[in-house]
Design a protein around this ligand. Structure first.
Ligand code: ADP
Ligand code: MG
Length: 465
């Protein structure tokens, strides 16, 4: 065997980027989240094979920042460690655009409202692409025409990773991938209807030009955005009559009006999410105080050190959760350490109180959704995520009332104390680790049972009367 040698930086970057950007639909999710972070109210997605693009009407990127948009671990969303504890944006790792530029050709066109024109820049391998520049000359953003907002194109994806590219090519793969993209857009369109954000998705059909989703022209969605503009509360996500109407309209648009007729509203909660969030932040500060000090002395305000301390801190916190789960499992064993461990774990879990808020729309207990309408849309703190255990828990309630193989339609939005959700378990942030997962499952099962049960009994009552 050859001696062990460190890999060249470019290969490391490409491998890391492949983790974040596993496929075109992962790019779309990142770009949509960026557009939402930029307070956009209308987001257009288009995709064709290994070329994708997202266009929004958000705040835009300032000309000088544009050059840094694809720099790894560079972000406008947090400045220092304290921001990280209360971060409300989807992004904060400053990794998505950088990763895109390592495995594809990125073009960003952006204009801030009030600017004279838009600016455009091409990127490759994390830096502005200088192919058309004289040697030694720095590339500058190019002025161009464009409307307020940002358009990010990622083209020729995986041009430099032939194996990955091969696996994605071909009509069948392209169609499958487009379905994944459409599904991401559909889900965000449902959830973000609550804030009046309208989506458009183009890319199906023969020429790849077909418009497969458009919620921008739905009257109910427009009404929400008008209301928000009037109250100046653009970021809030209520679930009053107007918001419910908008969400239902989008569900009807995407999943069909049959399913919409069977939907029941769900609202449930326990504890004060914000108060518990604060309490957890304090506990985390205690846990991570040392890391923070060491890091900040060496590289003050370095985004990389923020990233690292964040990881350490969350890891430590989640470890205490994992410990408690392992310890619970070892309860029954004869290990002499078991009782100590159980005691320690109880103390650890007690450090973090439980709180949650759930809102959503779920089908009743007797309606079996058709294959195209059966779905489980889960948002945790507004992020589209997957959680097999929460899904199993909720669907188990339906298993009691639906015929065998019958599936419900479930749209659930959970608010959890930020520090109780670890989105860093995976670079794509699609899978999340949750503190108190078991308790949350129990609480949701009870809430779903209650909603379905009261609907059934009120029906029975109507019939009997
Ligand atoms: P992150 O979202 O974690 O900050 P990204 O790589 O996704 O990292 O984006 C880098 C930066 O580019 C963001 O912090 C933001 O300033 C800017 N940006 C990206 N997309 C948009 C957009 N659609 N509108 C405005 N700014 C954007
Ligand atoms: Mg981002």
């Amino acid at each position: 065997m050859a001696p062990i040698r460190p890999l060249p930086a470019q290969i490391i970057d490409r491998i890391a980027a492949g983790e974040v950007i596993q496929r075109p639909s992962a790019i779309i999710k990142e770009l949509i989240e960026n557009s939402l972070d930029a307070s956009s109210t209308s987001i257009d997605v288009s995709a064709k094979g290994l070329d994708v693009s997202v266009s929004d009407n958000g705040c835009g990127i300032e000309k000088n920042s544009l050059k840094l948009a694809c720099t790894r671990f560079a972000t406008s969303k947090i400045v220092d460690f304290d921001d990280l504890r209360s971060v409300k944006t989807f992004g904060f790792r400053g990794e998505a655009l950088a990763s895109c530029s390592m495995v594809g050709r990125v073009t960003i066109t952006s204009r801030r409202s009030g600017d004279k024109c838009a600016y455009k820049m091409n990127f490759r391998d994390g830096v502005p692409d200088n192919v058309n520049c004289a040697a030694g000359q720095e590339v500058e953003p190019k002025p161009c025409a464009g409307k307020d907002g940002t358009t990010i194109q990622v083209q020729d994806l995986f041009y430099n990773v032939p194996s990955r590219r091969k696996a994605m090519e071909g009509r069948r793969n392209e169609r499958e991938e487009y379905d994944r993209i459409l599904s991401v857009v559909q889900r965000y369109a449902v959830h973000e209807a609550r804030r009046g954000v309208g989506f458009l998705c183009r890319g199906g059909g023969k020429g790849g030009k077909q418009c497969d989703l458009n919620t921008q022209s739905l009257g109910s969605v427009k009404r929400v955005i008008e209301k928000r503009r009037k109250d100046g509360s653009l970021s809030e996500k209520g679930f009053g009559d107007e918001e419910v109407a908008a969400v239902k309209d989008v569900i009807a648009h995407v999943f069909g009006s049959d399913v919409t007729r069977e939907l029941l509203p769900l609202t449930a909660g326990e504890g004060d999410v914000n108060a518990v969030g604060l309490e957890a932040l304090k506990a985390m500060a205690e846990l991570g105080g040392e890391n923070l000090q060491d890091d900040s002395e060496q590289t003050e305000k370095s985004t990389k050190s923020v990233e690292e301390s964040n990881r350490l801190l969350l890891e430590e916190m989640m470890m205490s959760v994992a410990d408690s789960q392992i310890d619970n499992k070892s309860k029954g064993t004869k290990s002499t350490d078991a009782s100590d461990a159980v005691q320690a774990s109880t103390t650890n879990s007690n450090k973090f109180s439980f709180a949650y808020k759930a809102t959503g729309l779920i089908t009743n207990g007797s309606y079996s959704a058709s294959k195209s309408a059966a779905a489980f849309l889960l948002f945790i703190n507004d992020r589209l995520v997957e959680s097999p255990s929460l899904r199993r828990a909720v669907e188990s309630i339906y298993a009691d009332t639906l015929p065998k193989g019958g599936k419900p339609f479930v749209y659930l939005s959970l608010e959890l104390p930020g520090p109780h959700v670890d989105v860093n378990v995976h670079p794509t942030k699609k899978e999340v680790a949750l503190l108190h997962e078991d308790r949350l499952c129990d609480a949701l099962m009870a809430a779903v049972r209650e909603v379905i049960g009261s609907a059934t009994s009120s029906r029975t009552f109507v019939v009997a009367a």
